[in-house]
Design a binder for this molecule. Structure first.
Ligand SMILES: [Zn+2]
Length: 232
């Protein structure tokens, strides 16, 4: 790509559910003026796009999404990769919250280029940052179990820190639990992370790419400071 904005960055944060990666992605996006690429919300907007409801593939993927099932990997990869390319083309950097989730999304196959290659091509190797937020499983479980979000603005509330909070500190709406924070769902997401996502950063390291391991068990602002020191 002739117009690769190499002065921009791409940041990918790996971590199990409850490691605080979406909080860190938000903080970094704000501080560095990067596009916050929340894969879950992006895919929801794609399959719920009213202009695409006659498309058979979109309908199939919407049924999977709405049932909480894994969507077709090649569909996810193509959608995420083309959105990432759009973002890079307008000259913006990005921080991922939720991609890549599998080795296939990261490295592709014979027919699809993976997201890692795309980001290297769009941003240049030295501007792509990989982080692993390391959190003991017991801590992550505790965080997931106590986590709430605002029912209106979606602000995440750290239950372990704000034990008595019943309203959102940003917009004062009542708080609620996240639907994917039920104990059984968490156990399944943890297992999925271990089996499907962890092999990605091991493979990146095997390819001599740096995946910086950061202690994610500290308070979010402390984790954020560590990440910023490595990015800027
Ligand atoms: Zn709120």
């Amino acid at each position: 790509m002739a117009h690769s904005p190499t002065y921009k960055k791409a940041v990918i944060i790996f971590g199990p559910p409850g490691s605080g990666k979406s909080t860190q992605a938000r903080l970094i996006a704000d501080a560095q003026h990067l596009y916050l690429f929340d894969t879950g919300r992006f895919l929801e907007s794609v399959v719920h796009d009213p202009h695409r409801q006659t498309n058979a593939i979109v309908k199939r993927e919407r049924a999977l999404y709405d049932a909480g099932k894994l969507m077709t990997p090649s569909f996810v990869l193509d959608a995420v990769a083309s959105k990432a390319e759009q973002i890079a083309t307008i000259g913006s950097g990005l921080v991922f919250s939720g991609s890549p989730r599998t080795a296939y999304e990261a490295f592709g196959d014979a027919r699809h280029r993976g997201l890692v290659d795309d980001l290297m091509r769009l941003y240049g190797k030295k501007n792509v940052y990989f982080f692993e937020l390391a959190v003991p499983i017991a801590d992550a479980k505790k965080r997931n179990a106590s986590r709430q979000i605002c029912s209106v603005c979606g602000s995440p509330i750290l239950g372990l820190v704000h034990r008595r909070l019943s309203r959102c500190p940003f917009c004062a709406a009542p708080l609620m639990r996240r639907t994917d924070d039920a104990a059984g769902v968490i156990a399944m997401r943890m297992e999925q992370y271990r089996q499907r996502t962890e092999p990605i950063f091991n493979a990146l390291r095997a390819h001599k790419m740096t995946v910086a391991r950061v202690d994610g068990s500290r308070l979010p602002y402390e984790v954020f400071r560590s990440l910023m020191r490595k990015i800027s």
